[in-house]
Design a protein around this ligand. Structure first.
Ligand SMILES: [Zn+2]
Length: 1040
């Protein structure tokens, strides 16, 4: 040591070291200034611009024109391909040489026809390593291509990230040159930054922080940036510090490389395909250089895209998966929204995902992975269990606006009692950088101290891709075991969860849904996407059922397995957490609508084909088949098509999951068992509709003044109040426009008042009665509604059409009920749950806007009121007011969201007893699954037929489909669930030729002990509350 020890001032010492590594100050003499040595321009640069996204093979054929550094290109969503010709100076032999590339947009380097690395300034990837050490005989000339997408990691928002994209944005190439890279300087910079991080993070009360600061200071003393021979002494000082290990009780951080890529969000689906390539090829390069680096990757859809567009990259991913470095996780097709998809759709996310992972990577995933979604259904634990998964990782609940979730590691118990182990990375992020600050936060923030001593740490740029960098890895490797800090190991999710499981005795349990106290507007935003989702879930349900029945009854029929897989995958894709939620840009919303249109048109063709096959050979009078795709007998009024495009109403009865012939027209009216519908308009303009079950009274503006359950005389509307009251709210969130509706919007409630005299009688009664009215919502928006009551129907329907042209307004409809209860019930996937109707605690109040599927109900003992819908998801019940959220008008990221025409239906059902006994669940299904009138090859069958029926109303046969496995082409899969929340035994009646029945899991894997005795075409099934059961039915060959 040259100098005698001196007293040191904390701040000056710290800032001295900061200046030594600063990229801004003193770079003429500090260490950072020496990171790169000699530079040399590229030999030649040329480019071409295209609005398309051509493949490499197409691109290299194009006409490249000379280009230079400083050139600009664009606009947004275009692509600029650069050809880069390089000659490395001979004098650089023995050195590490980089291509330094800085441009706006997201770049991808191609070498010898294969993608090799992403280049994105925002993702801290601005240099491509040409050689670690240039050899004497190495070729020094080569040609690379750089494909630059004209969008940033997070799209191209104009002015803010979530603003609508700026279509005119231009991009610039600011640097393209060769440079010598000094790896030893880089490693010293990493060490000095970590030491600074420790000094700052542990603070002045900590002995270890002074050791870190003084080590860094001494390194600066001995290190002369201009004299590389001084570096080893400095390195030795750092190594000594980082080699001082912590004790046995140290917390362990499991660092896993990660790159969250939203499957579509602020950029279109097609750009995501390239984001995957850019991000993953960079991760592969890091795996090659760092054999201990492990990278977790979710979303089968993205892997499937890469497989078809970048087959070479896909093979390399498979190779690194075998080595255990590339780790597929999640098990789902995409990282879907956790609230809105139906139960069956959630099952299909796993079915499509797990089968893809098995086929491409040899095994299924053992962790469900959903870091970034807006809430988590209480049925997810059971669905995970059924799909071979007991572990779940997410972190989004750290975004809760009101209440801080009390755990990071816990057991989650679902609606049926299934339990899974859940971990939220305690750093509350999935885009860590490997800094000391994040490592310390992970330990300090852990809410389960003393219960869980292991944490996940997901590092790498994310949301728009990007992923980890070598610098992040260098940091984490250096922190493997240093006194004063947690241990850091590069781990897989499997290693993390195994460590958590092995010491889980003290973990707490959370029961029921994981509700996110934010982003509650996503239940409503982009109503057309929501409608497409609900409708396409129904279409695929119906196609699968009818195709299955046709398969069972006909040897000729070919089950459309490949087409159904394609259509399901489109639906599942749209259930991505920024698409079905409506939080995407206009371009994505339009693509999503095209996906729905594909499902509608192909689905309807498949429905007709199945119906034709189903009744082939049966004699009958007319070429029309009435089909009921629900598992109970239904008697309903339906509109039957007549020649010439007209319709006529008929009352039809169709057995459970079966069909019926068209009733002879003349015998209709006398056969009516029920009272016809009476419609009366009073002189004051009000209208009463009465079908003997319910009596509906509308005031002259269309509001509901009375709803009586006729048999008991019980009134369902609160005294002195009116239902069907439309209300407008100001809807200006704090930032996340499409996502958030804030609690304070409730303070801006304004009832929309109509004009007397607008109510008129529509259909005059008999089988159907209706009244309709117009309502001006605002100077720009209007609504028309037909209120419809059918013979025998226990609910009144409100067919609604809205022309909506608003900014930051929220439209809801309210029904004040003459019911008192502290809990309301909402349908969720395969069941329902209760939420409070009061705001007692902050947890209650934070749920001022919640999600539901097809129905919600407010009941007291013996009586209740249910509100059903055919495409809505946002809801709330406060006090005794049931409220359905209809339309929002956010302006970012899609300025056009929800503008225009909308059509939807909701229905109101007063009932005696409990909603279960009253058949609310069945009514909501009926509203969503109308009876079908399908053309049959003449003649259609003369008699009714039912394929399946159940002995208990508590059990719903949700799905009938062909088994996935190609070896089980003549097997059907049935999925049933207990919907009442009860233990129940149930008989399933079959009229299909079934040889064998076996219980299976949600992935259709038979349960070895699951053979069910088949007696008199009946199977006995036993359910616990909300249990989902799947059955494999092996069909006999049909007789002909
Ligand atoms: Zn996301």
């Amino acid at each position: 040591m040259a100098a005698a020890p001196a007293l040191k001032h904390w701040r000056t010492t710290l800032e001295r070291v900061e200046k030594f590594v600063s990229p801004v100050y003193f770079t003429d003499c500090n260490l950072r200034g020496r990171l790169f040595g000699a530079t040399c321009p590229v030999a030649a640069l040329s480019s071409f611009l295209t609005p398309d996204r051509p493949t490499y093979e197409e691109a290299v054929q194009r006409d490249f024109r000379p280009a230079q550094v400083g050139c600009s290109f664009g606009p947004t969503w275009w692509t600029c391909w650069f050809r880069v010709e390089l000659t490395i100076p001979e004098a650089w032999v023995g050195q590490e040489v980089h291509l330094c590339w800085e441009s706006d947009g997201e770049g991808l380097v191609w070498r010898d026809g294969e993608p090799v690395q992403g280049l994105t300034k925002e993702g801290e990837k601005t240099s491509y390593v040409l050689t670690d050490r240039l050899g004497e005989r190495d070729p020094r000339s080569l040609t690379l291509y750089v494909e630059v997408a004209c969008n940033g990691l997070l799209g191209a928002g104009k002015g803010s990230i979530i603003a609508a994209p700026d279509p005119e944005k231009m991009f610039q190439l600011s640097r393209a040159e060769l440079a010598v890279f000094h790896r030893d300087v880089h490693m010293l910079l990493v060490d000095l930054e970590l030491l600074l991080g420790i000094a700052k993070g542990l603070g002045k009360d900590n002995q270890r922080s002074f050791q870190a600061l003084y080590t860094a200071n001494q390194m600066v003393n001995v290190c002369d940036p201009a004299q590389p021979e001084t570096f080893p002494v400095a390195q030795a000082l750092a190594s000594r510090f980082f080699g001082q290990h912590g004790g046995e009780s140290q917390h362990t951080i499991h660092a896993t490389g990660h790159c969250h890529i939203d499957t579509a969000w602020l950029w279109p689906f097609k750009e995501t395909v390239r984001k995957c390539a850019r991000s993953w090829v960079t991760a592969l390069q890091l795996m090659e250089r760092n054999p201990e680096f492990i990278f977790a990757c979710s979303q089968a859809q993205q892997l499937e895209w890469v497989k078809s567009r970048y087959p070479g990259l896909h093979s390399r991913l498979q190779e690194f998966a075998c080595r255990g470095q590339f780790v597929p996780v999640g098990g789902t097709w995409v990282e879907m929204d956790g609230n809105l998809p139906s139960g069956e759709a959630m099952v299909r996310q796993f079915l499509q995902g797990q089968n893809f992972f098995l086929q491409e990577f040899g095994k299924m995933c053992s962790e469900f992975w959903l870091p970034d979604t807006f809430g988590y259904s209480a049925q997810l634990p059971q669905i995970m269990h059924g799909c071979g998964i007991r572990r779940f990782l997410t972190q989004k609940l750290s975004w809760n606006l009101v209440n801080s979730f009390p755990h990071h590691t816990f057991f989650w118990e679902g609606l049926d009692g299934s339990r899974v182990l859940v971990h939220f990375p305690p750093g509350d992020s999935y885009v860590m950088q490997g800094s000391v600050e994040e490592v310390l936060k992970t330990v300090a923030n852990n809410r389960d101290k003393g219960r869980a001593n292991h944490s996940a740490f997901l590092f790498g740029f994310g949301d728009g891709g990007g992923g980890p960098t070598q610098t992040m890895l260098d940091r984490l490797k250096r922190l493997s075991n240093t006194d004063g800090l947690p241990r850091v190991q590069l781990s897989s999710p499997r290693q993390l969860f195994s460590a958590l499981e092995s010491d889980s005795g003290q973990l707490c349990t959370w029961v029921g849904e994981l509700f996110l106290e934010l982003h509650n507007g996503t239940y409503t935003t982009h109503a057309q996407i929501k409608k497409g989702n609900r409708e396409c879930e129904r279409i695929l349900h119906d196609v699968e059922l009818l195709s299955s029945l046709a398969l069972a009854r006909s040897t000729q029929f070919l089950y459309p397995a490949a087409q159904l897989q394609h259509l399901w995958r489109l639906l599942l894709l749209n259930q991505f957490h920024d698409v079905v939620t409506g939080s995407c840009i206009q371009m994505v919303a339009e693509e999503a609508m095209c996906h729905y249109e594909d499902i509608r048109s192909h689905g309807n063709t498949l429905l007709s084909a199945a119906a034709a096959a189903l009744c082939a050979g049966e004699p009958g009078p007319e070429g029309l088949l009435i089909v009921n795709t629900l598992p109970w007998k239904r008697t309903e009024v339906m509109a039957l098509p007549k020649p010439g495009g007209a319709h006529s109403l008929a009352l039809v009865t169709v057995p459970s999951m079966g069909y019926a012939p068209v009733p002879p027209h003349t015998s209709l009216q006398p056969l009516l068992p029920q009272q016809p519908v009476f419609v009366v308009q009073e002189t004051d303009g009000s209208v009463t509709l009465d079908n003997g079950i319910i009596r509906v009274k509308l005031d002259p503006t269309g509001r509901l003044t009375s709803l009586v359950l006729v048999a008991s005389g019980r009134e369902a509307i609160a005294e002195g109040a009116v239902g069907n009251q439309f209300v407008l709210f100001d809807d200006v969130p704090l930032y996340w426009d499409a996502w958030d509706v804030m609690d304070y919007h409730l303070e801006t409630r304004k009832p929309v008042l109509g004009q007397a005299g607008t109510l008129a009688v529509g259909t005059e009664g008999g089988l159907r009665g209706s009244a309709w009215f117009l309502l001006q919502i605002s100077p720009n928006s209007r609504l028309s509604q037909e209120v419809v009551l059918d013979v025998g129907c226990p609910y009144v329907r409100f067919h609604t059409e809205v022309h909506w042209h608003e900014a930051h307004k929220f439209l809801k409809v309210e029904f004040p009920a003459r019911v008192r209860s502290s809990q309301a019930t909402y349908e969720i996937q395969f069941g329902h749950l209760q939420r409070p109707t009061h705001y007692n605690t902050s947890w209650d109040w934070a749920r001022f806007e919640v999600w539901a599927h097809r129905w919600m109900d407010l009941s007291e003992h013996g009586f209740g009121l249910a509100l059903l819908n055919d495409c809505k998801y946002g809801a709330s019940v406060r006090g005794s007011i049931l409220s359905l959220s209809l339309l929002r008008a956010p302006k970012a990221p899609d300025f056009t969201a929800d503008m225009g025409r909308h059509e939807f239906t909701y229905a109101l059902m007063p009932h005696k007893g409990s909603f279960q006994d009253a058949g609310v669940i069945q009514a909501a299904y009926s509203l969503n699954f109308p009876l079908l009138a399908l053309p049959a090859p003449s003649p259609a069958p003369a008699t009714s037929w039912s394929a399946f029926s159940l002995s208990s109303p508590a059990v719903v046969l949700e799905t009938v489909k062909q088994a996935e496995s190609s070896s089980q082409r003549r097997s059907l899969v049935l999925r049933l669930y207990e919907a009442h929340g009860s233990h129940v035994d149930c008989w399933l009646h079959l009229s299909l030729p079934v040889q064998e029945a076996i219980l299976c899991d949600l992935l259709e894997r038979p349960d070895p002990a699951g053979h069910l005795p088949l007696r008199d075409s009946r199977l006995k099934l036993t359910f616990s509350p909300f249990q989902v059961l799947s059955l494999l039915l092996v069909l006999q060959s049909p007789p002909h």
